[in-house]
Design a binder for this molecule. Sequence first.
Ligand SMILES: [Zn+2]
Length: 140
Amino acid sequence: MLITNHVVSGAIIGSVAPGPSSAFVAGLASHFALDSLPHWGERRIFLQVAVVDGLVGLAAMGALARLAPASRRGRVVAGMLGACAPDADKPSTLFFGRSPYPRVVDDWHISIQNESPRRLPQEVVVAGLGALVARRLLRR
Ligand SMILES: [Zn+2]
């Protein structure tokens, strides 16, 4: 799943979580739940999309953190970090040649993927709608 969707879902979770710890744990759980749903995946162009997605996700993380009221910002950031943490294996493997996680975790993470190369439009729509929901929740 696009990291931008994990960022947005983490912000939504963080906006309603009682605190940063619960936001991080719920964000972490959401990552694996979302990865098990049907989503986009295409090995041949993965890196090109991942670079753009990573930059968009980082910008979204900054914008959503800035949009969050100061009283909820820690929870929102913790939710986003928890939701994104499992995919730290991708840049780590690219830049350092290895994942920060045990092999059993990475193998399980790969095994739950439900990918299709035809679902990129779906992911973009989900990211846009999720950003609107997060924006609305953070402005409450
Ligand atoms: Zn993942």
